[in-house]
Unconditional design. Structure first.
Lengths: 222, 61
């Protein structure tokens, strides 16, 4: 016979573990975003050239693919995630320097920043309160990522502004869906490593901000 | 963009595709399928995101 007290205790234990992962994820996400902003400010102050963005993104991608998964279960994973987000922030500073030199640049940056914040807070709040399992999105998200990466690969050589705009729009939608998927995975116990959870959410926020910056820049005639 | 930069970015994106491929295949074969009403719960917030982006574009124009 099933012991109801045991089931209740297991349920409470799971809820506590989920809350702990959620709390740690948001704490680490806040810290990495703040560190990233600091590195971006350093990069803007140093007037880093725009090619630095490419170098930083490539460096961060390599760290994210090869180093982070191996260190995520140890304390060194914290250092790696700060390394990745610091690098991405530093690279972003190079892009921000470019936008700041444009007449409507500061307005575009502020709008993209506010928009990213609204999208993240809105979607996270929705995923946390809806209590739905968005794991069915996995297949769709990976297929979407493959299509976007292939389109990006083609546009490196084609350099079509319309395709670039379409890619940015697709990235915003994909990353928005990733926020729902990642948050739901944490809430439903699918992700128990807060470093990997932070990495996923950080990348979604970063990509939404960069894509929004590009769309607002192009559509705002910059 | 310099040719070297283009080639480096293309190599990284190609590598990303290689890394995404096994995960993509696994999700297509074994990933959970959507139930009734699941897609509506995703489409609604995404439509709101599109609306917000359109509003932001109007703000900066």
């Amino acid at each position: 016979m099933v012991n109801p007290n045991y089931s209740l205790a297991r349920g409470a234990e799971r809820a506590l573990a989920t809350n702990k992962v959620l709390k740690n994820t948001y704490l680490l996400l806040s810290a990495t975003l703040a560190f990233s902003a600091l590195m971006a400010a350093v990069s803007v102050a140093a007037a880093v050239p725009s090619w630095m963005y490419l170098v930083s993104v490539i460096g961060a991608m390599l760290l994210g693919i090869f180093v982070l998964p191996r260190t995520a279960n140890s304390s060194s994973g914290i250092g790696v995630i700060f390394g990745i987000t610091g690098l991405l922030g530093f690279g972003l500073g190079a892009i921000l320097t470019l936008y700041l030199s444009l007449p409507k640049g500061p307005e575009v940056i502020a709008t993209a920043f506010g928009g990213t914040g609204l999208i993240f807070l809105g979607l996270s709040g929705y995923a946390l309160t809806a209590k739905r399992d968005f794991s069915f999105l996995g297949g769709f998200l990976f297929a979407g990522m493959m299509v976007v990466v292939i389109a990006m690969l083609a546009n490196i050589f084609l350099a079509l502004p319309a395709l670039s705009l379409a890619i940015s729009a697709a990235i915003i939608l994909l990353m928005s869906a990733f926020i729902l998927y990642d948050t739901s995975r944490i809430v439903n116990g699918g992700e128990t490593n807060y470093i990997m959870a932070t990495y996923g959410l950080y990348l979604s926020i970063f990509n939404i901000f960069v894509s929004l910056l590009q769309i607002l820049g192009i559509m705002g005639d910059e | 963009m310099e040719l070297f930069g283009k080639i480096a970015l293309a190599a990284v994106l190609a590598m990303m595709l290689l890394f995404l491929w096994p995960a993509f295949k696994q999700w297509q074969e074994q990933g959970p399928k959507a139930g009734p009403g699941d897609w509506q719960s995703v489409v609604l917030p995404l439509v709101l995101v599109v609306g917000l982006v359109v509003l932001l574009i109007a703000l900066v124009r």
